[in-house]
Design a protein around this ligand. Sequence first.
Ligand SMILES: C[S@@+](CC[C@H](N)C(=O)[O-])C[C@H]1O[C@@H](n2cnc3c(N)ncnc32)[C@H](O)[C@@H]1O
Length: 263
Amino acid sequence: MTGTTTTATANVDTRELKAKVKAMYRDVALDPAGDFHFEMGRAMAERLGYAPGDLDRVPAEAIASFAGVGYYFDLAALIPGERVLDLGSGSGMDSFIAALHVGPTGEVVGVDMTDEQREKAERLRRRDGFGRVRFVPGYIEDVPCPDGAFDAVVSNGVINLAADKGRVFREAARALRPSGRLALADIVTEVQLPEGVVCNATLWAACIGGAMPQDDYRAAIEAAGFELLEIRDNPAYRFISDSARRASEKFGVKSISLLARKR
Ligand SMILES: C[S@@+](CC[C@H](N)C(=O)[O-])C[C@H]1O[C@@H](n2cnc3c(N)ncnc32)[C@H](O)[C@@H]1O
């Protein structure tokens, strides 16, 4: 988890990156009304496609710190009794929604590396009685779970933040049973980002600098042992700071949702 990772265009100091990402998402947990490059909260969730009826049934504080980038629960098509892994669960909104969909016989595990995000999610989980949800500390590159433990892996706005995306997709495949689904929303680019953007740890933590060209992202998913079933753009997602907007317009940085099945 430390050292330097070579990307197509740049050397990224992954230690600095992790620290920057943790600092940003600590603030997302503790002060969601603060100043961020990206939008958060209920209005955005509804615009992305979340059902108001689902949002009404999960903790409002988790929604306030929702920093996802798209909707994918229609693609995930979770059914009662399923076991779901949420990679980078943040303050827990998607994990709680997954719990609504899989019901009392299902199970949801959220993994996140930022203590303040997990602590907030855990406090809300206890308070609101989400008994079939667990939030565990860990890295999405090295998920603390046995092989084949889940029917579905979900993730929202997280994998772009990982320096080694191939490793994350291989972990997702390992965590899934045969034919298990990967359903996610994430940020990708239309062109390779220049080194100046990739090496900007603040833009990386804002979900821009780490974004991979869409074709490479698809290839990494397929190389990890998945069949890609569906992919779509999420035009309702937008960055809000000037620097993030400029970078996203210039390099075609955009949100996508996708569904893949473990081969
Ligand atoms: C953009 S937020 C999204 C959180 C949540 N999925 C949501 O929709 O609100 C990214 C989250 O991923 C976590 N994260 C980023 N990189 C990670 C990694 N390598 N391992 C574990 N968690 C990571 C951060 O701590 C943060 O909580």
